[in-house]
Design a protein around this ligand. Structure first.
Ligand SMILES: [Zn+2]
Length: 305
């Protein structure tokens, strides 16, 4: 037993020492990198200022790219995203404006967060605890993202925002996020298994969808996981529920693009003899389990009386 303890003690000490050495080496690297970052910060929309200082610069499709280190495969990603914009245009039946997009890519998480905070001091820790972010600065779409295995999905998501927002400035927050989540799925199905599981579970424990409530949300801070999941599910229903659903979405977007203030989608269910929430429940079949037995037992009681 003692031997084991000693061995553990030694291992712990040596790992601490190695960790300290690693930390020292890393801190040196971070100091240098942060100095560079200070020099290139606050340049989100002005390529002439600081752009040349970035370690890696490239142009790919609609993207003007700046990164902290070289990034592979940008041309094929840009090609994929241009095809995605064509698909969106067909699906949504509105012309979309593809502006030149400023794309900032980071391999280093600390640099990514420091860059976001320096350029957008209003961001909260929750805002930067993510893989990517989209902002519209004037008319210039800006995407800031981490590289890594999720890059493709992150870029698909943020690219949808970058294409929709200049074309539809009045797009409601829930639909903006719903469409981004629908189109981010690389296989093109729009199906988000994790969010579907979450909603099925929530519905089983009594949660009910409420489109009008979702439509009333105007700030990112009001959108938690439940709101994101619900926004995706309404979007998926509108895109995949059948021709009448997609037509409902298209006519809404056309009016939105004209600059008029269209009736919200929750009020466009008239004539279908059902509410949006009933359509949702029928489409997904995620019923509220606790109420169902209650319903049947009430029915039995009524039958037996
Ligand atoms: Zn988003």
């Amino acid at each position: 037993m003692e031997q084991i303890n000693q061995r553990l003690g030694l291992a712990t000490w040596s790992s601490v020492w190695q960790g300290r050495n690693r930390a020292l080496a890393k801190n040196g690297a971070i100091t240098v990198a942060l100095c560079w970052l200070v020099a290139v910060a606050l340049t989100l929309t002005q390529p002439s200022v600081g752009y040349a200082d970035w370690p890696y610069r490239a142009q790919a499709g609609p993207f003007l790219v700046a990164a902290d280190a070289p990034v592979e495969g940008l041309d094929s990603l840009a090609e994929e995203l241009l095809q995605l914009s064509e698909r969106m245009q067909n699906d949504l039946a509105i012309p979309l404006r593809i502006e030149r997009i400023r794309l900032y890519l980071f391999h280093d998480r600390e640099l990514f967060e420091a860059f976001l905070l320096q350029n957008m001091p209003q961001l909260t820790p929750r805002d930067i605890n993510r893989q990517g972010l989209f902002v519209l600065r004037g008319n210039t779409p800006v995407i800031v993202a981490m590289t890594g295995p999720e890059l493709r999905r992150t870029l698909r998501h943020e690219f949808v925002h970058a294409v929709l927002n200049p074309s539809l400035p009045q797009l409601p927050l829930w639909l903006d996020e719903g469409l981004a989540m629908y189109y981010e799925v690389p296989d093109g199905s729009g199906w988000q298994e994790r969010l579907a599981d979450y909603l099925a579970q929530a519905a089983r424990t009594g949660w009910q969808p409420d489109l009008a409530r979702l439509e009333s949300l105007t700030r990112m801070q009001q959108m938690g996981l439940a709101e994101y999941a619900e926004a995706w599910s309404w979007t998926f229903l509108l895109m995949r529920g059948g021709p009448e659903y997609r037509e409902r979405l298209r006519s809404y977007l056309v009016e939105l693009r004209r600059g008029s203030k269209p009736r919200p989608l929750s009020e466009r269910w008239t004539g279908s003899a059902t509410s949006p929430e009933k359509s949702w429940l029928v489409f997904y079949g995620w019923s509220t389990a606790p109420t169902r037995p209650r319903f049947w037992s009430a029915l039995r009681q009524w039958w037996n009386r």
